[in-house]
Design a protein around this ligand. Structure first.
Ligand code: AHG
Ligand code: MN
Ligand code: MN
Length: 338
């Protein structure tokens, strides 16, 4: 028997958008397209061990990292679905040097652009560990009817209209945020639909988990080292010692911390002051989501969402998590303005 209390992604999004009298349905259409691409990627992720898709292409992406075949597949799926949809005027992706203009009649007249990391945590593909897709949606700043330009992509994160991720894990979940809140939809494989499973997600104010690559410890600043020591100490005020969890797929680490409470750190190091993570399609969407859920995200000196980007692939140090844990971290960094 069909349980009519469960809303599908489409039903939920259309309901949400109806709350805005001027809504055209374009954003709902865009989210539906993202859900469709995610389902296609999910199928391939699940059979990754069985077919040739597993393994490396041998190519190096614009970040100088080895590209896995599934990254390329995921990038193609998202780009194709959005190109053929009716809601997106152009995209930028971790896997592509430059942004892509969708220069056909319908796309040119669309008001949104989308940016994504098609597969986050790709070094985990070959070892059956959760990976994901991270996406970010902006209203374009150039006129509809004209091709998009770089200006449409170099907007501060606080101008996002929606952001989200999909995790291909023990189950597949799509979580997205708008200014109305954060909601999660688990893929019901039997009907091929994302169904509302985590309504109105709030990030716990406090948590017990911290996520950081300890291998980089000796390259961290003294402030970060001190904070990590604080996480490891018994401490009556913060309930420490905390538990260390680091998956190596940020999207999965941040998802766990969003649901359970926790903090994720990818600081800059002496060798790489801007760290590793990319502002536009990794940090901004997650920062938007955590804030919509009551948490916080900074680069150590300023709010992530207020950073004005100058390059598509720019990197930033990244600290994100439960409000109280972020405040505790800021006590060590001292420099943070809020
Ligand atoms: P991607 O697979 O898109 O390149 O991103 C991997 C990122 C992030 O998901 C993860 O937390 C981090 O890189 C891991 O980096 P380290 O191995 O340096 O810790
Ligand atoms: Mn990534
Ligand atoms: Mn990636």
């Amino acid at each position: 028997m069909v349980n009519r209390k469960v809303l599908t992604l489409d039903e939920f999004t259309i309901r949400e958008m109806r709350a805005f009298p001027k809504a055209t349905g374009e954003l709902a259409g865009l989210l539906r397209d993202i859900g469709l691409a995610a389902k296609r990627v999910n199928v391939e992720v699940n059979k990754a061990g069985l077919v040739d898709i597993l393994g490396e292409t041998g190519d190096v992406n614009v970040q100088g990292e080895e590209v896995k075949l599934l990254d390329v597949f995921a990038n193609d799926q998202f780009t194709r679905v959005l190109r053929h949809g009716i809601s997106c005027a152009g995209i930028a992706s971790e896997e592509l040097d430059d942004f892509v203009i969708f220069d056909n009649e319908i796309s040119r007249n669309s008001k949104y652009i989308c940016m994504y990391d098609p597969l986050d945590g790709s070094s985990n593909i070959d070892v059956n560990v959760s990976i994901g897709t991270i996406f970010s949606v902006y209203r374009r700043v150039t006129e509809t009817g004209t091709p998009v330009t770089k200006k449409d992509f170099l907007q501060a994160g606080n101008r996002q209209v929606a952001a989200g991720y999909i995790i291909y894990g023990s189950s597949t979940i799509l979580v997205y945020a708008t200014k109305r809140g954060v909601n999660g939809f688990t893929l019901d494989q039997s009907i091929g639909e994302f169904c509302l499973s985590h309504p109105n997600i709030k990030c716990p104010e406090n948590g017990k988990m911290y996520s950081v690559n300890h291998g980089n410890y000796y390259s961290f600043s003294e402030e970060i080292k001190k904070y990590i020591e604080c996480c490891q100490r018994k401490n009556k005020t913060n309930g420490g010692p905390y538990t260390q969890r680091y998956i190596g797929s940020m999207v999965s680490d941040v998802h766990r911390n969003l649901i359970r409470g926790g903090i994720f750190l990818y600081p800059g190091t002496k060798e790489k002051p801007k760290g590793k993570l990319r502002l536009l399609y990794e940090c901004n969407p997650l920062a938007y989501m955590i804030e919509a859920a009551g948490g916080k995200a900074t680069d150590g000196t300023q709010r992530i969402l207020d950073k004005v980007p100058t390059e598509l692939h720019e990197r930033t140090p990244f600290f994100i998590g439960s409000l109280k844990m972020m405040e505790e971290l800021e006590g060590y960094l001292l420099k943070v303005e809020s």
